[in-house]
Design a protein around this ligand. Structure first.
Ligand code: DER
Length: 224
């Protein structure tokens, strides 16, 4: 499976940025899975790190691989966060949230000295927003929040796990996947969405990544 190979290469490459004694942000998704698995190997070999997981799924992986966990009561600033993305640009802007973990991912990323993103090359875009923008909203008044998103020319689609079951985030909220025609200014769109009562967070991660590791056929390239 060539794409899985590219994800694995990029994911494993990220551990080069981890040093003994660091506190880590542990991202979510199938690419950073390989990073978490490799960190587990290093912990077995005696490396001393602690991590804050960005989803219950990542928390389960960390426990499975023996990575000690910590939290924001014990740690104020994280040394390095490693996470995935759904889209990235040459400006290092990201679209995230495909896995529904965007709120904790953004909280952990902004608490980190360095943010490393691991992707396969298919995630590269000229401008963000080929895919819908995930927006986490509180369930109360979601109909009104949807209307406000339509007013700024978005098409909000309530994320579901089946015909009858609405997706519920780890924080107990709903997610709208919002189609926007072309996003000329992602930072401005992010601010418009964040100003709406009912919106918790958006999947627009602007100016947050320090390094993007890109899995290709035979190697891992990077932009910083
Ligand atoms: O939800 C996210 O932002 C995750 O990082 C995820 O979407 C990354 O996707 P992946 O499973 O292709 O790594």
């Amino acid at each position: 499976e060539p794409v899985e190979e590219m994800k694995k290469k990029a994911g494993e490459k990220a551990v080069e940025y981890i040093e003994d004694g660091m506190t880590l942000g542990l991202g979510s998704g199938s690419t950073v899975y390989w990073t978490i698995k490799k960190i587990g190997n290093l912990v077995q070999q005696g490396m001393n790190v602690k991590g804050i997981p960005t989803s219950l799924r990542t928390q389960r992986w960390a426990k499975e691989f023996g990575i000690p966990l910590t939290n924001f009561s014990d740690v104020e600033l994280l040394d390095v966060t490693i996470d995935g993305a759904d889209e990235f640009t040459s400006q290092l802007d990201l679209l995230k949230g495909g896995g529904g973990s965007l709120v904790r991912e953004k909280m952990v990323a902004e608490a980190s000295s360095k943010v490393i993103i691991v992707v396969d090359k298919a995630k590269k875009v000229e401008t963000l927003g080929k895919r819908p923008v995930p927006v986490e909203v509180i369930p109360f008044g979601w109909e009104r929040t949807a209307k406000k998103i339509r007013r700024i020319h978005g098409i909000p689609q309530l994320r579901k796990i089946s015909e009858s079951d609405i997706f519920i985030s780890d924080n107990g909220n709903y997610i709208f996947d919002c189609e926007f025609n072309s996003i000329t200014n992602p930072e401005y769109l992010h601010k418009q969405l964040k100003s709406m009562c009912g919106v918790v967070e958006t999947g627009l991660f602007i100016n947050m990544a320090d390094i993007i590791l890109i899995g290709e056929e035979a190697h891992v390239s990077h932009i910083r």
